[in-house]
Design a binder for this molecule. Structure first.
Ligand code: F6R
Length: 617
């Protein structure tokens, strides 16, 4: 939800910010803009559309300033117009500001500012912040030098703000200075040689520095080329902790791939290896999770797990539920984070909470985590982004180590969440009734997954051919059972979000309780066929579809044979351990959605209306 990049240093800010913005485009791509300090004032360039449009416009301007702020927008307040694009400048020209988040009490503040004579050009909540900082700046006497006056004006403004923000602020009265602050929206300071950067995500910083400070909620930073000072809204000094980013800029590049989504689908074997690395016990029968900060004795007292997340992460929770209940026989409850935070659900006394979040910044998931903690529950996080807010606020957790995921549709992060869930199910199962021998076999099954995933990926050309034949349909059903039901949901979500095709996921047997009414020769069904006792049941569901002239794409374990002519298309997946099945079954639905979206000419990495990291409610 919106990306921010700011630069203070000795180089021209515009080019550096534009490069950073390109890497943040996945956070929003309605419009983009930048402001640099040069001469005595602010030079502003804004454009609706992508960062490329802004870059084109910027190239026609002389932008030599070495201090700037920039933004790529995902619209919340106000439509997609040049006027609503950030940065916003106060009506007295003294303050320029970019913002990620939502200011909830902006109507009240706007009324106050209008009475004071400030004017507005946009419909955004952000412009209110720019004017309010200008108001406090005008009122503020110089204390301990001019820099403090600027910082103090920002601080005073933020004391009146309700809502969420990551902001970066400039003033032409303070060349070579920037103030940034966060509450509820991510903001990271990059510490370079004679330069500092501010950004919503490390991917926008890594080409210039690997040294970063993750700002915490309620912190402000005053930045110059030579240094920075960190403080809180209530004026306490903060000693900065400088972290090292462990991945390089190459990992966030497309390489030979036309889209990040394709790249990330093909990176899955590696991401799966990374999720497992060093996480099996010495005796080879269980898993190890150093970051959970809980002893086996602690786990013995837990009588229920509650998993919450959003979107694709919620599907991972459903798989975790199935695996933990199946192998460890411990009850699991799954809730949408957005519902949990308001549901005031009655909870067991000895429940342990888990949130799953690739980005670690999803506002609903963060709010669910805070609600669980407020009620006194321990809360663990399964997270991909190191140092993210959720990772930092959780009591413990498991990092995914999947590498940066840039494509808006989650792929490698999802399968890595499934693998971690499978390992966690093993971990708790081995504390209960799972035998040593079954634990050893389970691990062998998981260790085989990366190579089996490579074998599924080899079918990409076959799946592409199927996609070309089916790209013309506008309705799809995805059907699966038990651990494959969440994969049916995930397949439907992938297809709708990147190709705008209507798709629904159902447990296969539920199909005849309503969705079967959709079936015709214009609504194909994608069946995720299980092995074991439900195989024949799913075949019956397929027969019911065929009897109504429905088309069937079947994803089938390779040792199972379907009756001749039952499926129109067959994609096989290698035989595997039961705990690995959801992972391998996911890859074909990802590829199918990807190739259908490409065939329909959709922008798969930046689907309409979406942004990768949903940091507003
Ligand atoms: C869909 C997708 C979203 C995210 C959801 C949660 O492909 O990516 O549904 O899964 O917005 O995001 P994270 O995992 O970052 O909390």
């Amino acid at each position: 939800m919106c990306g921010i990049v700011g630069y203070v240093g000795r180089q021209k800010a515009a080019a550096i910010m534009l490069e950073g913005l390109k890497r943040l485009e996945y956070r929003g791509y309605d419009s983009a803009g930048l402001a640099v300090l040069q001469g005595d004032g602010i030079t502003l360039v804004k454009s609706i559309g992508r960062v490329a449009a802004l870059a084109k416009l910027a190239s026609s301007r002389k932008l030599s300033g070495t201090c700037g702020i920039s933004h790529t927008r995902w619209a919340t307040h106000g439509g997609v117009t040049d006027a609503n694009a950030h940065p916003h400048v106060s009506s007295d020209g003294q303050i320029a500001l970019v913002h990620n988040g939502v200011i909830e009490n902006y109507v009240h503040m706007k009324r106050f500012l209008l009475e004071k004579g400030y004017t507005f050009k946009s419909e955004t909540d952000t412009e209110v912040l720019a004017n309010l900082i200008a108001y406090h700046y005008a009122k503020q006497p110089a204390v301990n030098g001019e820099g403090s006056r600027f910082l103090e004006a920002v601080r005073k403004t933020l004391l009146h703000v309700e809502g969420t923000y990551g902001i970066a602020v400039l003033s032409p009265a303070h060349p070579g200075e920037m103030v940034a602050a966060r509450k509820g929206s991510p903001l990271i300071l990059g510490v370079g040689e004679h330069e500092h950067l501010i950004a919503s995500d490390v991917s926008a910083l890594v080409s210039r520095t690997q040294n970063v400070v993750y700002l915490k909620d309620g912190e402000l930073v005053h930045i110059t080329p030579a240094g920075f000072t960190l403080s809180t809204l209530d004026l306490a000094d903060v000693s900065p902790v400088i972290d090292q980013v462990t991945w390089s800029v190459d990992e966030a590049e497309l390489g030979e791939h036309p889209h990040f989504m394709r790249k990330e689908i093909f990176e899955q074997p590696l991401a799966l290896e990374n999720a497992m690395r060093g996480r099996f016990s010495a005796d080879g029968s269980s898993a190890n999770f150093g970051g959970l900060n809980l002893t086996p004795a602690d786990f013995r007292t837990i009588d229920r797990f509650v998993f919450t997340s959003c979107g694709t992460g919620w599907h991972a929770c459903l798989v975790a539920e199935h695996l933990i209940e199946r192998f460890a026989r411990i009850p699991v409850e799954v809730d949408y984070a957005s519902e949990f935070r308001y549901r005031n659900a009655p909870l067991d006394r000895d429940a342990l909470f888990f949130v799953i979040s690739q980005s670690g910044e999803t506002i609903d998931t963060l709010a669910a985590l805070r609600e669980a903690k407020r009620k006194g529950y321990k809360c663990m996080a399964i997270c991909n982004v190191v140092g993210s807010t959720i990772a930092r606020e959780a009591d413990g957790g498991i990092y995914q180590h999947a590498g940066p995921e840039i494509g808006v549709a989650s792929t490698k992060a999802f399968t890595s969440q499934l693998l971690i869930s499978a390992m966690f199910a093993l971990y708790v199962a081995r504390m209960r009734d799972m035998s040593f021998a079954d634990g050893v076999e389970y691990i062998a099954g998981l260790k085989a997954v990366p190579d089996l995933a490579r074998r599924v990926l080899e079918q990409a050309p076959h799946i592409q051919n199927i996609a070309l034949r089916y790209a013309k349909y506008n309705d799809f059903l995805f059907l699966g059972r038990l651990s494959l039901f969440p994969i049916a949901l995930e397949g439907a979500l992938k297809l709708k979000e990147i190709s705008y095709i209507h798709a629904e996921g159902y447990p296969a047997a539920e199909m005849k309780h309503g969705p079967i009414a959709l079936i015709s020769d214009q609504c194909p069904s994608v069946f995720l066929v299980p092995k074991g006792e439900l195989f024949n049941k799913v075949l019956s569901s397929m027969q019911e579809i065929k009897a109504r002239k429905g088309l069937i794409i079947a994803i089938v374990p390779e040792n199972l044979e379907l009756p001749e002519g039952l499926a129109d298309e067959v994609i096989t997946i290698p035989d595997c351990h039961e705990a690995a099945l959801p992972i391998l079954a996911t890859i074909p639905v990802q590829l199918l959605s990807y190739y259908i979206a490409v065939a329909r000419g959709c922008d798969v990495d930046k689907p309409r209306n979406l942004a990768k990291s949903v940091t507003v409610e």
